[in-house]
Design a binder for this molecule. Structure first.
Ligand code: PMP
Length: 284
């Protein structure tokens, strides 16, 4: 793979980052993952806007202009002949030459890294099978609205899920589900209303979530943005997750209990279909 590191397109084996890079030492870095279909970016404007917000919240300076970022994405897609998958971008506060908690001065430039990941997005096997999730405490920090690379808690969540015969976790705080370990979480009620947690600092403001809620309303599907408990999820008709890497994946069991009839539900699949339509129209 060709990767991008600070202005250079290099073979992944030749890419170098300092051991003093603050992304490495402190997870002092933000990231974005944008889906790629037909060699084109899906919802890039949304990802760019969130990236700018993440940077602002952490007083992190964007190393290149927003328009330039898009060009770098497109160039890297081309260099890797990426047709379908994702593209990862990370901005860290850079290499301050030593380990010191306090932010370095403006002379230290942020580090910009991008790489591509080739994988099926449209024909993912999880769409047909759905995923199994387990609930567990949300031990993450309190600024989950900022997309930082401090991802140890979600790594532990995935490990816990895999150790318990599940694919992923629904994280629980004060008795309510916040989100998935790397996705937003939804349930579907008996009357086909979709319920998902409202935006706050407790969850990441998903780009896919934002589009889905607009598409659902347009499709005549009722949406309630409110808190919901694991118990309400156990008794829901359907459940699903959304993210740029999965789009929409149905959830077929929670804590070993089947959701509805234990198969991917029609509302989840309908939402996936209309999101795929939107994404395909954008990259046509
Ligand atoms: N929540 C968390 C914790 C995530 O890591 C992600 C994936 N980035 C999402 C939600 C979904 O966000 P998006 O739709 O923008 O990928």
């Amino acid at each position: 793979r060709i990767v991008y590191v600070d202005g250079q397109y290099v073979n992944e084996a030749d890419a170098k980052i300092s051991v003093f890079d603050r992304g490495f030492l402190f997870a002092d870095a933000v990231y974005e993952v944008t889906a790629v279909l037909n060699s084109k970016l899906v919802e890039f404007a949304g990802h760019l806007e969130r990236l700018q917000r993440s940077c602002r919240e952490l007083s992190l300076t964007m190393p290149v202009a927003p328009a330039q970022l898009k060009t770098i994405h497109e160039e890297l897609i081309k260099k890797n002949n990426l047709v379908e998958g994702g593209i990862y971008l990370q901005i860290s506060r850079g290499n301050a030459g030593d380990r010191d908690f306090a932010f370095p001065g403006a002379e230290v430039k942020p580090t910009l890294v991008l790489f591509t990941q080739s994988r099926p997005v449209i024909d993912s096997p999880k769409v047909k099978t759905g995923i199994k999730v387990v609930t567990m405490p949300d031990i993450r920090w309190h600024r989950r609205d900022i997309k930082t690379v401090g991802l140890l808690a979600p790594c532990l969540a995935k490990e816990y899920a895999h150790a318990n015969d599940a694919d992923d976790a629904f994280l629980v705080e004060n008795g309510f589900i916040t989100e998935g370990s790397s996705s937003n979480a939804y349930i579907v009620l008996a009357d086909n209303t979709i319920v998902t947690r409202p935006l706050s600092n407790d969850i990441l403001h998903g780009i896919t979530r934002k589009a889905l809620l607009v598409l659902a309303a347009r499709d005549g599907i009722k949406v309630e943005e409110r808190l919901f408990t694991p118990d309400e999820a156990y008794h829901a008709k359907e459940a699903f997750i959304s993210s740029a890497t999965t789009f929409v994946w149905p959830v077929v069991s929670i804590d070993g209990k089947p959701v509805g009839d234990g198969k991917p539900g029609p509302i989840s699949l309908r939402l996936r279909d209309i999101y795929v339509e939107l994404a395909k129209a954008e990259v046509a």
